[in-house]
Write a protein that binds this ligand. Structure first.
Ligand code: AMP
Ligand code: MG
Length: 347
């Protein structure tokens, strides 16, 4: 969808509503000298929103079309649960079968396995069996499984049940192990789309995949502004950030969850226990790479505040955590991006 000036305000408002769901894009204003195109689609189980700014509307429209094509290709490649992509083929293959993954998927799986080590196991790309057991795979039917089923599944999330060779061929040696790159794939796709846009000469844009954002350049009359969602109220913000040439990624317990007997069960699992991680409400990362920020946001959520902040610092990232008490805590370097925090969050 490209925008005539008259439709822009309406579309920006719609963009705000979408962004609040996933962690956010605030209104962008059009400058006389530049065009703005804005479009969103439902891919990878979430709303993807693209906002491109530049002098040539035809070039922006063409870049937008190419970006959707690339995302559709990568959605298939990284889908663990259905379709013709290599990851689903791997999960669907009998144990012992070598499955060539191809560059994109092999590289991301390797990165994810390395990051598992760096995060002391908090981030894990081999949690698929546990995620499916809880019904969070494709949001089929999220539910609380019997404790015994969780205990029975736990040994099958161990990454020793998978081998990945130098040439990008993977083998599941444990027949019950399933690979799921859901904690890093959206960020990686955002990075790849950003590279595509840059190659096409678009220098000012936001790519937002359900709270995994990459921001380049500015909106013409100032920096792009990003809202951090309030975990208690999807229509409100906990904080606003102004960033340029950086990724902003949020993982939160409000994104995918169900409640049973007054307890919230969400989609970010502690690989050590097989249950949702309990340390906080949300974590927002600011760092150059969206893929790394995506993995980091998930890992920090699992590690809890002290160990999570230490991992982020070692990774060169800034972090904002909203704790179970609702209070905001952040690394010192985060302060330069924060333009506002909600008074009730005490930030
Ligand atoms: P995110 O919203 O980026 O924190 O990612 C959550 C998604 O990553 C879930 O929907 C699962 O597919 C997957 N996931 C859940 N827990 C973990 C974990 N501890 N490590 C890696 N991926 C996970
Ligand atoms: Mg993540």
């Amino acid at each position: 969808m490209s925008l005539s000036p008259g439709r822009l305000r309406l579309a920006a408002a719609a963009g705000l509503a979408l962004a609040l769901l996933g962690g956010a894009l605030l209104a962008s204003r059009r400058q006389a000298s530049s065009e703005l195109v804005n479009d969103s689609r439902f891919l990878m189980g979430t709303y993807i929103q693209l906002t491109l700014r530049g002098p040539d509307k035809a070039a922006l429209d063409a870049a937008m079309t190419a970006a959707w094509q690339e995302m559709t290709r990568l959605e298939t490649a990284f889908d663990p649960w259905k379709g013709e992509g290599p990851l689903h083929r791997l999960n669907d293959s009998p144990a012992g079968t070598p499955v060539p993954l191809g560059g994109d998927v092999a590289d991301l799986l390797r990165l994810a396995l390395d990051f598992r080590t760096r995060s002391s196991g908090a981030f894990s790309p081999t949690l698929g069996a546990m995620i499916r057991l809880w019904g969070f795979a494709e949001m089929a039917d999220p539910h609380l499984p019997p404790a015994q089923a969780i205990a029975d599944t736990l040994p099958h999330v161990d990454p020793t049940g998978l081998t990945l060779s130098e040439n990008g061929t993977a083998v599941r040696t444990d027949p019950r192990l399933l690979v799921d790159l859901g904690g890093i794939a959206k960020g990686e796709i955002v990075d790849k789309v950003a590279q595509l846009l840059t190659r096409r000469g678009v220098n000012d844009f936001i790519v937002n995949a359900g709270g995994n954002l990459l921001v380049r350049g500015d909106r013409g009359d100032g920096p792009w502004k990003i809202g951090v969602a309030d975990p208690d109220d999807r229509d409100a913000l906990a904080a606003k950030l102004a960033v340029t040439d950086l990724a902003v990624v949020t993982s939160g317990d409000y994104e995918r969850f169900f409640e049973k007997d007054g307890v919230r069960y969400h989609h970010i699992f502690d690989p050590a226990t097989g249950y949702p991680a309990r340390g906080m409400r949300s974590v927002t990362i600011v760092a150059p790479s969206c893929g790394l920020s995506d993995a980091l946001s998930t890992a920090v959520f699992v590690l809890g505040e002290d160990r999570g902040l230490a991992l982020a610092r070692n990774s060169g990232a800034e972090v904002m955590i909203i704790g179970n008490d609702g209070k905001i805590r952040q690394t010192p370097g985060m302060a330069k991006y924060v333009t506002w925090t909600s008074p009730k969050r005490g930030g």
